[in-house]
Design a protein around this ligand. Structure first.
Ligand code: ME8
Length: 545
């Protein structure tokens, strides 16, 4: 049976149109999913939208529409964008889906019914509390959130004093368990969080944990959530995290929230899971709440998922410093417009190659153009064009294998190895941009070898016929391998390269055309007829001011 791989993303809030940060994360997960498919694994890729909450309720009210109508409109934008950006998922998690709501309610019921010796729930309790509440962030604020002037800063929006009764999920009794889990995973070389520089950050946060998690809102002020089961008494909805995090299991294959232990079919995927999330939602949501929630519903320690935490795309401000993208500053980058302007693959390539996984980067349209022109137009596209033209001119499009090219040239073998070792999402330091560089470097090395070997000179010398055959074979074969390696990032272009190489035409357009196992030297047979060259990556011309 094939190995499995389960990959999820954060589900995006549907209170506004998707921005470049959303696009980055979904493309990142799509590339990793495609890489695992390339390895022949049985992949389940889950993404979706987080449709409940106060912000949505308020935005809908402003537009005088029902919240469902409002989120349906925004959800449609996300769906259209993923189609445009070639994000191909297997499961779509929309939190207003009845299947999800039922799962959340079943989990609440299960935790409520799991009683300790005192006859009370071991996991949930009800209490009354008062405090300052940020409407924008949907949370009560503590003194830690006050600025140097003693006031709550503008990032919290409208802040008001509130007193209310709510349900809480116990976190504090599980603090030591979580610390031990973090340590054990790091010791075993499988850190709970990657890149592993985030482990210390999470550990500190757990050590400082002071309170439990409020999981309800009175429905007098928040209607747009999932109503608690009747046994909790009327008038409460659950909101944000207790709703959103559950998507990872409610939309997973074969999850039953009422079973004491998850099914074997579910665990087959879940045992190889990676949650891809942004750095802002590691602490406390994914790093603290989620492991404890999973423990509460019967997951074993080794079934607590690995978190792949990516950095943020910022914008360079006028003074050259990095600024957060925000609607207020009006500097939000629209991935939809960008894809229309440069094409989906140019956007995918830039987002994957110009940021170190886990770190932040400044978004720049100039860099997008530059990377496209340097790596794709000048290196890869140019190589494809030159190779096909030379084989057409000197050998009527037919490749000849000689003893000289029985072995993989070092740059191709090393390129494949370095690519594979860098791309693995569970690595302590996954470095997708290095993997991409290694694949592109194969094309760069080939272009250099053309300049060094001068096939046009070899073609003029009859004693060099075999040498010319070897040079041309090496170029075509390197292109075939590079196309396989880049297929997760550039699926359409990889098909384009295979089409022009006239390779596996019976599978034209199908993902099964690419297999990592075939990224080995010698795939193209002696006598193989190559196709015709057509420019695959026309240079992007920079508009003059
Ligand atoms: O947090 N660069 O939703 P969200 C990179 N619904 N990534 C960015 C980014 C940027 N500039 N801005 C946001 C939520 N993101 C919750 C998640 S999961 C059970 C619930 C990332 O729409 C952000 O880090 O605010 C997060 O991973 C994702 O986009 C969705 O953010």
């Amino acid at each position: 049976m094939a190995e499995t791989f389960f990959i999820t993303t954060a589900i995006d809030y549907t209170n506004g149109a998707p921005h470049i940060g959303h696009a980055y994360e979904k493309v990142l997960a799509d590339v990793l999913a495609r890489f695992h498919r390339l390895k022949g694994e049985d992949v389940f890729f889950l993404t979706g939208v987080d449709q409940h909450g106060q912000k949505v309720q308020q935005s809908a009210e402003k537009q005088s529409v029902e919240p469902q109508q409002f989120v349906d409109g925004i959800t449609a934008k996300f769906l259209a964008l993923w189609k445009k950006l070639e994000v191909e998922y297997d499961g779509w998690a929309a939190t207003t889906d009845p299947k999800h709501k039922q799962c959340v309610r079943a989990i609440l019921q299960r935790l409520w019914d799991d009683k300790g010796e005192d006859g009370q729930s071991k996991w949930l309790y009800k209490k009354s509390a008062g405090g300052y509440y940020s409407v924008r962030q949907e949370q009560f604020l503590t003194d830690k959130e006050r600025g140097p002037d003693g006031e709550f800063g503008p990032e919290w929006g409208q802040v008001e004093f509130r007193e209310e009764e709510n349900f809480y999920f116990r976190l504090l009794p599980h603090k030591q368990w979580l610390l031990d889990l973090i340590d054990a995973r790091s010791k075993a070389g499988q850190p709970l969080v990657v890149p592993d520089f985030r482990v210390a950050e999470l550990r500190n946060a757990v050590e400082k944990l002071e309170g439990d998690l409020c999981i309800s809102r009175p429905d007098t002020r928040l209607k747009w959530g999932i109503p608690f089961p009747e046994s909790f008494g009327a008038g409460f909805v659950t909101f944000v995290w207790f709703d959103a995090l559950v998507n990872y299991i409610s939309f997973a294959p074969d999850y039953d929230p009422t079973a004491a232990r998850p099914s074997e079919k579910f665990l087959q995927y879940w045992r190889n899971i990676v949650h891809v999330i942004g750095k802002d939602i590691l602490i406390p949501a994914h790093g603290v709440y989620w492991p404890i929630m999973l423990k509460a519903i019967g997951f074993a320690d080794e079934e607590i998922p690995t978190l792949l935490v990516h950095g943020w795309w910022n914008i360079k401000g006028k003074g050259g410093e990095s600024e957060k993208m925000s609607k207020t500053l009006g500097n939000v980058v629209d991935p939809d417009l960008l894809a229309d302007k440069y094409g989906a693959e140019a956007v995918r390539y830039y987002l994957m190659s110009d940021i170190a996984t886990g770190k932040d980067s400044d978004f720049s349209e100039e860099r997008l153009i530059q990377r496209f022109n340097t790596d794709l137009a000048n290196s890869l596209g140019n190589l494809l064009n030159r190779t096909l033209n030379m084989v057409a001119k000197y050998r009527e499009g037919i490749l000849k294998r000689t003893d000289a090219d029985a072995q993989s040239p070092e740059f191709a073998r090393e390129g494949v190895e370095a690519y594979v070792s860098n791309i693995n999402p569970a690595n302590a330091e996954p470095l997708l941009h290095h993997a991409i560089d290694r694949a592109i470097n194969i094309a760069v090395a080939c272009n250099q070898s053309i300049d060094a070997e001068k096939p046009w000179a070899l073609a003029k010398d009859a004693t060099q016929a075999e040498r010319l055959d070897a040079v041309l074979y090496r170029l075509a074969e390197s292109l075939r391998i590079t196309a396989i390696l880049l297929s997760p990032v550039l699926p359409k272009s990889a098909h384009g390269i295979f089409d022009q190489l006239n390779w596996k035409m019976d599978l034209s357009g199908k993902a099964e055309r690419f297999h990592l196992a075939e990224a080995q030297w010698g795939g193209l047979p002696d006598g193989h007829q190559l196709g015709k060259p057509t420019p695959l990556f026309p240079r992007i011309e920079i508009p003059k001011e």
